[in-house]
Design a protein around this ligand. Structure first.
Ligand SMILES: [Zn+2]
Length: 461
């Protein structure tokens, strides 16, 4: 079998020892990494290179495991920058819900495709998409088709809410679980295993207790990840305290939804007892620093979680509250946010932040055995980042350059499951320009439709 070779670059393996190989190589066959080592060309390595169908000289570049974006809502590329001045509840009512309801099934495919392209081009080979707009069953299949067509590894958390503040987005429990079963039948493991399905109860204030209890049973019976917004704002804590006398995470635990398959998204307003419960149940917290700052939601207690040994993964959150999907930018925001909020510059060294976006992300997905690091036997999900640029050079430490200097525009090459999907910084599978033109004209039309009822869509400054 002829393989692919990336050589002569700095390899950050993100293995258990955070091993860095200054001049290294990664050799893959099919969808699997076969060799990782020092690039000291001898007869064997020269032969290996000449036999390969694809050999890439990564001089001056970093070779890293594909980043894992553990929380986004891809359909929101149509909402980026629509309103930069609203807290969560108003932002939902005045921007996200009206535009979501106006979007047609084809819009969801197009919006998700642009989101997938942006994720790939900023170094994410795996996204967890929390999709909760079910005005048509074709919305969801549009997102899943975008995973397939873009070449990304995509996990769709089938969102659901039976008490959503927007009536048109409410669904019955029966419908949510029947649809999830249908998605599992049709899509689980599609595209050579790149596509997966998870459970995504929207949050703890727009879901009834019976629905959450059923979700816990469903997730256990089918061994599915449960992906839930938890404790994003202090008002959400007041809501469940009033309804049940329980804080958000206490309710999640009480209904049986807090376990090792659980992804607690945001997890901002948590007390010491709740952090202890997350640790005990071996759940993951998905931290989305840019969104939390953008919506002024609060600061997740990441340093405390690290001290407790809680698995913390990273997410961009949807483009409605980020407003981009630049996964490298998230690394810098993560480090800077916790240094300033704790007034402690020693927190979150670069390698720790890189682990959150790689190994911790893989653990969150239950995939630590085959993703999250560059080691023989793991899936060939690999990203090459150019470090030969004036905003990056000279480099003292590659890990620091990746966290503090590099951004999505520096991603040169992306391989998912052994297949090259971005080369020379360009998506190889899709006509990006044509998609962007189409998206802009659709968003212009949607704005015109909504502008008389929602002032946010009337101004175009
Ligand atoms: Zn979210």
């Amino acid at each position: 079998m002829t393989g692919k070779l990336l050589y002569n670059g700095t390899v950050l393996t993100m293995d258990a020892d955070n091993c860095v190989i200054k001049s290294g190589y990664v050799y893959m066959e099919g969808d699997t990494i076969r060799e990782v080592g020092e690039w000291r060309p001898d007869e064997r390595l020269d032969q290996l290179r000449s036999r390969c169908s694809f050999a890439y000289d990564a001089a001056g570049k970093a070779i890293v495991p594909g980043l894992i974006n553990a929380h986004t809502h891809l359909f929101q590329t149509f909402m980026r920058g629509a309103a930069d001045h609203l807290p969560l509840s108003r932002w939902l009512r005045e921007v996200i819900w009206p535009l979501s309801l106006a979007m047609e099934p084809d819009d969801f495919y197009l919006a998700a495709l642009i989101g997938c392209i942006e994720n790939l081009k900023s170094g994410a080979t795996y996204v967890m998409d929390h999709h909760y707009i079910h005005t048509s069953p074709e919305n969801t299949s549009g997102v899943l088709r975008a995973f397939v067509d873009s070449g990304i590894r995509g996990h769709l958390a089938r969102g659901g809410s039976d008490l959503c503040g927007e009536r048109q987005l409410r669904e019955t429990e029966e419908r949510i679980f029947a649809d999830t079963d249908a998605l599992l039948d049709r899509w689980e493991g599609a595209a050579s295993g790149r596509v997966r399905i998870a459970l995504g109860p929207l949050n703890l204030y727009a879901c009834s207790r019976p629905y959450l209890e059923q979700a816990a049973r469903f997730s256990r019976d089918r061994d599915l990840i449960a992906h839930v917004h938890v404790a994003e704002t202090s008002e959400q804590i007041d809501n469940t305290l009033e309804r049940f006398g329980l804080r958000n995470l206490e309710l999640l635990d009480k209904v049986g939804l807090l376990g090792s398959r659980t992804q607690v998204v945001h997890g901002i307003w948590l007390n010491d007892e709740e952090l202890a419960a997350i640790r005990e149940r071996r759940a993951t917290v998905v931290h989305c620093p840019v969104s939390n700052m953008y919506l002024a939601s609060g600061v997740t207690r990441v340093p405390d979680m690290q001290r407790l040994g809680i698995n913390v993964a990273l997410g961009t959150d949807g483009p409605g509250s980020n407003n981009c999907q630049d996964n490298l930018e998230v690394l810098k925001f993560t480090a800077c946010l916790h240094k300033v909020s704790s007034m402690d510059a020693s927190l979150l060294p670069p390698m720790d932040v890189l682990r959150m976006a790689t190994a911790n992300g893989a653990k969150a997905m239950g995939r630590e055995a085959d993703l999250g690091s560059l080691e023989p036997g793991k899936k060939a999900d690999i990203v090459v980042i150019d470090l030969t640029k004036p905003h990056i050079r000279p480099v003292h430490r590659v890990s620091s350059a990746l966290v503090y200097n590099a951004n999505g525009n520096d991603v040169e090459l992306v391989v998912v499951g052994g297949r090259v999907v971005v080369e020379n910084g360009q998506c190889v599978m899709l006509d990006e320009r044509e998609l962007l033109l189409r998206a802009q004209s659709r968003v212009d039309a949607l704005r015109a439709k909504l502008s008389s009822r929602y002032p946010v869509f009337a101004s175009g400054d």
